[in-house]
Write a protein that binds this ligand. Structure first.
Ligand code: AMP
Length: 277
C-alpha cells in the first residue's frame, strides 16, 4: 500500500494505472475509520481493479463552533486497517493543496437547487453540503477515478453528490450498524456507554415508523423522550421533495441531539414492494 500526499503524485499514479487498463475506485473519508468505512472499501475492491482511499478532514464541513480541532484523527490506526484490506493507495492531501488561495467557489451555480443544500441537515448545518460538494469535486479533479463509493448513512449528501458531479460513477453502500442498530459514525466515539444504548432508540423508532407501527407524530413523540429532535421527515427518496404521485421510493430521515452530540439516520424503501434498500 502506498501513501501519497500530493495531487501531482496521485495524478501520475492514476495515469499510469489507467494506461495499463486498470479501473480506479475512490473512497473519500475524513479518517477516524470504522467498519462502515471499511465496507465502502470492500465494495470498491469488488468493483474496481485499484482502490484509493482519501483521508482529509475537510475544514469546510465544519462551522466555527463545531469540532474541527477535536475531530478524531487516528491516522496510524486507519493505515493499519487499510493495509489489511489491501488498499492500493491512501491519499492524504493537505488543505493548502485542496483549497489553494486563488480557488473560488461559486455557490451561485447551485442556486436553482439550493433547497437540497438547505433542507434537513442543511437547516442546522448550512455550510455542510457546500463543503461536501467542494471536497468531492476537488478529489474527483485530483484523482480522476472511474467510480467513487459513498454511504447511504449520509443520504442527503449522497443525493447532492449524485446530482452535482459528473463523469464518475457513484456507488452506494447501505448503512453499517452496531449490533444494537446504531449507525456507525466516527463521532460515536464521543458517546458514553449509556448514551450508546439510548442512541440505538433512533434507528428502532425509524424502523417502527417505516413498518407502520407508529405514525410520524407518534414517532416524533417517542424520539422526544430520549433526544432533542432536530428533524424527522418522510420524503420522496429520489428527489427529497414532498411525496407525490410519481414517488417510487420513500426516505425517512432524522437528526437528533443526544446531549452535545448530533446523530443522523435514515431508512429508505421502495413503495412498490416495501423492500428496504
Ligand atoms: P466520513 O468519514 O464521515 O466523511 O464518511 C466517509 C464516507 O463513509 C461517507 O460516504 C459516509 O457516508 C460513509 N459512511 C460513514 N459511516 C457509514 C456507515 N455507518 N455505513 C456506511 N457508510 C458510512
Amino acid at each position: 500500500m502506498q501513501k501519497i500526499n500530493t495531487i501531482k503524485a496521485i495524478k501520475n499514479w492514476v495515469e499510469f494505472e489507467k494506461s495499463r487498463g486498470k479501473t480506479i475506485a475512490l473512497v473519500p473519508t475524513m479518517g477516524g475509520l470504522h467498519a462502515g468505512h471499511l465496507a465502502l472499501v470492500d465494495l470498491a475492491k469488488n468493483r474496481a481493479d485499484k482502490v484509493v482511499v482519501s483521508i482529509f478532514v475537510n475544514p469546510k464541513q465544519f462551522a466555527k463552533n463545531e469540532d474541527f480541532d477535536s475531530y478524531p484523527r487516528t491516522l496510524a490506526k486507519d493505515l493499519e486497517a487499510l493495509k489489511i484490506k489491501k488498499v492500493d493507495v491512501v491519499f492524504t492531501p493537505n488543505a493548502t493543496q485542496i483549497y489553494p488561495k486563488d480557488m473560488v467557489f461559486n455557490q451561485a451555480k447551485f442556486s436553482r437547487y439550493a433547497y437540497l443544500f438547505e433542507i434537513l441537515c442543511g437547516q442546522t448545518r448550512p455550510h455542510f453540503f457546500y463543503g461536501s460538494i467542494q471536497i468531492v469535486t476537488r478529489l474527483f479533479e485530483s484523482v480522476c477515478p472511474d467510480m467513487a463509493v459513498f454511504g447511504r448513512k449520509d443520504y442527503q449528501q449522497l443525493k447532492i453528490i449524485k446530482k452535482f458531479t459528473s463523469g464518475v460513477k457513484i456507488l452506494e453502500m447501505p448503512t453499517v450498524r452496531e449490533d444494537n442498530g446504531l449507525a456507525m459514525s466516527t463521532r460515536n466515539t464521543y458517546l458514553s456507554d449509556s448514551e450508546r444504548c439510548v442512541a440505538a432508540l433512533l434507528y428502532q423508532t425509524l424502523q417502527q415508523l417505516a413498518a407502520g407501527k407508529l405514525n410520524k407524530n407518534q414517532a416524533y413523540q417517542v424520539l422526544e423522550k430520549s433526544f432533542k429532535v432536530d428533524y424527522l421527515e418522510i420524503l420522496d427518496g429520489d428527489t427529497l421533495i414532498k411525496i407525490n404521485d410519481n414517488t417510487q421510493k420513500i426516505a425517512i430521515l432524522c437528526a437528533v441531539f443526544l446531549g452535545k452530540n448530533r446523530l443522523i439516520d435514515n431508512i429508505t424503501y421502495r413503495l412498490s414492494a416495501k423492500v428496504f434498500d
